[in-house]
Design a protein around this ligand. Structure first.
Ligand code: ASP
Length: 309
């Protein structure tokens, strides 16, 4: 049995002083810890990294605090369009969905794309048709309604701007969620889920459901889940870039992750962070923003949840 570990994130961004009350902070910590513990329990029982990341992301999707699932942000037309992906580093199988609505746990639909279709990426109406054929229950809009999110949207709805859930000046909420894990057999996996950006339009899709950009896993190198300004993470092919630095330059997961977040993505103007794990259970969680909701737990005793830098 090798060392096993899991890391999660609930988005990276700017924290405006005064917005985060002690009560709110303890709610964030509670939900992050619940996701971390549940994912870790899967690993401790000998479960796969893929099962662990799916379960951890489901818990974060079920929390209204994060911009994924229940807490997804509003689009320009006052709807919710969610994106998610999952990848298994042992087989390189992957699944992604984007522009889906009414699905409680987008990460599970992404996993079904990976396991029950011949495809990797389904979007919009087609993805919804796929969900229907698998008898997914559709939640109505009220399940996804959150007063804070609605106000965020009302503030910019008549403008052309769209914004990161976590970068608006008035916002104390970060967003997108993700998990990476290394199981007892040394297999790794990554999952990411998001509501995208507030007031997004024209079917905008970010990095989160794109394999290689916001999410990637390969037993040769590492498993990664990203958060931040998606347009830059797509251009930087960030998740794959970390894996490439490890594979082709022989860098450690920590050095490769730092190089991408503190240099390569910054150089092209991107802000955000990522979580990564290698097949020895080593974890890296760099971010170039003020904070990133995050947590890590491993079989050698690491167990922590953190928000600020
Ligand atoms: N990366 C996500 C997107 O651009 C947003 C986030 O991480 O909060 O859709």
């Amino acid at each position: 049995m090798s060392r096993f570990s899991i890391a999660i994130h609930g988005g990276a961004g700017t924290l405006v002083k005064g917005m985060m009350t002690p009560e709110l902070e303890s709610k964030y910590r509670r939900d992050l810890k619940a996701a971390l513990d549940k994912g870790y329990a899967v690993l401790a029982e000998g479960g796969s990294a893929t099962d662990a990341v799916e379960v951890a992301v489901q818990i974060l999707e079920n929390s209204p605090l994060f911009n994924a699932g229940k807490g997804a942000v509003f689009t320009a037309t006052e709807t919710h369009e969610m994106d998610a992906s999952i990848m298994d580093g042992k087989t390189l199988n992957a699944g992604g969905v984007s522009l889906i609505t009414g699905i409680k746990n987008p990460v599970s639909l992404a996993r079904d794309v990976m396991e029950k279709s011949e495809h990797v990426f389904l979007a919009g109406e087609g993805a919804m048709q796929f969900a229907k054929e698998l008898d997914y229950k559709l939640e109505d809009a009220s399940y996804f309604y959150d007063e804070f999110r609605h106000q965020q949207w009302l503030d910019i709805k008549d403008t052309d701007s769209f914004q990161l859930d976590h970068s608006t000046k008035k916002d104390s909420k970060f967003g997108t969620v993700g998990a990476v894990a290394c199981d007892q057999d040394g297999n790794i996996a990554a999952a990411t889920s998001t509501g995208g950006m507030t007031n997004k339009k024209w079917g905008r899709v970010g990095d989160s459901p794109m394999i290689g950009a916001g999410n990637y896993a390969n037993n040769k190198t590492c498993a990664i889940s990203c958060t931040g300004s998606g347009e830059f993470f797509i251009r930087g092919v960030v998740a794959y870039d970390v894996a490439c630095l490890m594979e082709h330059k022989g860098m450690s997961v920590e050095d490769a992750s730092n190089e991408v977040i503190h240099k390569r993505i910054l150089d092209i103007g991107g802000d955000g962070g990522l979580i990564a794990v290698d097949t020895k259970g080593n974890i890296a969680m760099p971010f170039n923003t003020e904070g990133m909701y995050r947590g890590q737990k491993s079989s050698d005793g690491i167990d922590e949840v953190a928000i600020y830098g």
